[in-house]
Design a protein around this ligand. Structure first.
Ligand code: P6P
Length: 330
């Protein structure tokens, strides 16, 4: 039975990936390798993030460190690390990154997959030592193999994602991902350089008493959002907003709650990006029993436009709270 075969907490990511691959008769190992490549880059970025506070020694952004090497901004550094790991791993044909306007071709023209990624979201939080995160989505390419990937590979829509996840560089570093069969969490053990299975089957509570938004935008929020937030306050819910999407999302995933980034007058399409923030986090939350909408529409059902960096309003979290907001949406 599934329980008998279930891997115990403490299993390594490597062993977990191998076991899961054997459970898919047609799996040929490329996706497994791609997940390993992402985990490797996550370990390297984790080390850079943990050292960021030493920039006075290593050289702050735009300066040189003691070896005379230019100190990159951490989000630039993270972008380089993920592109290098995905290129060297061989399975990824191209990358859409928040840091690059155009698709980054890896040269792996036989690669079956493409990856949309925000290498380090919320990097402005690094300087004040707040948790930050990487968000990624994986698609099988639809363009002809043997040549470079094309925009259409990234514009298949949210429900075409074969995997999605994030890495949270927080009080502990965690990798949380799904391949469409539930959500699994791994915690990084620095001394061993390994991710260990810590949360085998993550489910978000159907209800929650936390709302997460930047209330400084209150006057710019649509009326229905203000109405919803007012009922949250009348019910004495708790406001919690880190200002780092992955940190707020991860907390609500365990406590229950709702994260809101509505459209505002300053940002009429919202702030968060559909392809490498909202789609992957929406896949994860649906796999965890929660809901993600842009208003009346489920995020995963929002058709992508040709704009690879398209923004959408984003409401995500516990089913009851998000459905209540969705019912009020204009
Ligand atoms: P605001 C960080 O810049 C980010 O992309 C998310 O991580 C975060 O949730 C949001 O923007 C914060 O935006 O407008 O509240 O500062």
């Amino acid at each position: 039975t599934e329980d008998r075969l279930a891997l115990p907490v403490g299993t390594t990511l490597e062993r977990y990936i191998m076991r899961k691959q054997t459970e898919f008769p047609y799996a040929t190992g490329e996706l497994s390798q791609l997940l390993r490549d992402i985990a490797l880059a996550g370990k390297i970025v984790n080390r850079e993030v943990n050292r960021a506070g030493l920039s006075r020694i290593t050289g702050a952004m735009g300066e040189q460190n003691v070896q005379g090497e230019a100190q990159q901004r951490l989000d630039v550094e993270a972008n380089i690390r993920f592109i290098r790991a995905l290129t060297n791993g061989g399975e990824c044909c191209a990358i859409l990154s928040e840091e690059d306007e155009d698709i980054v071709q890896t040269g792996n023209h036989q690669g079956k997959y493409v990856v949309a990624i925000d290498p380090l979201d919320g990097s402005s939080n690094i300087d004040v030592n707040i948790s930050i995160g990487t968000i990624f989505a994986i698609y099988r390419r639809v363009s002809r193999t043997g040549g470079p990937a094309r925009a259409e590979d990234f514009l298949q829509g949210g429900r075409a994602q074969v995997a999605a996840g994030y890495i949270l560089y927080g009080s502990s570093t965690m990798l949380v991902y799904t391949t469409g069969h539930g959500v699994t969490g791994f915690t990084y053990e620095h001394s061993l350089g390994e991710f260990f299975l810590s949360h085998p089957d993550i489910k978000i509570p159907a209800q929650g008493n936390i709302f997460s938004c930047n209330e400084g935008n209150w006057l710019d929020y649509p009326e229905y959002v203000r109405g919803f937030l007012t009922t949250c306050k009348e019910r004495r819910l708790t406001g919690r907003y880190v200002g780092s999407l992955v940190a707020d999302y991860h907390r609500n995933l365990f406590t229950g709650g709702i994260y809101l980034y509505p459209a505002t007058t300053a940002k009429p399409a919202g702030k968060l990006r559909l392809l490498y923030e909202c789609y992957p986090l929406a896949m994860l939350i649906e796999q965890a029993g929660g809901v993600a909408v842009t208003g009346r529409t489920a995020v995963l059902d929002v058709p992508p436009t040709k704009n690879l960096h398209q923004r959408v309003p984003f409401f995500v979290g516990s089913a009851e709270l998000v459905h209540e907001l969705q019912a009020a949406a204009e």
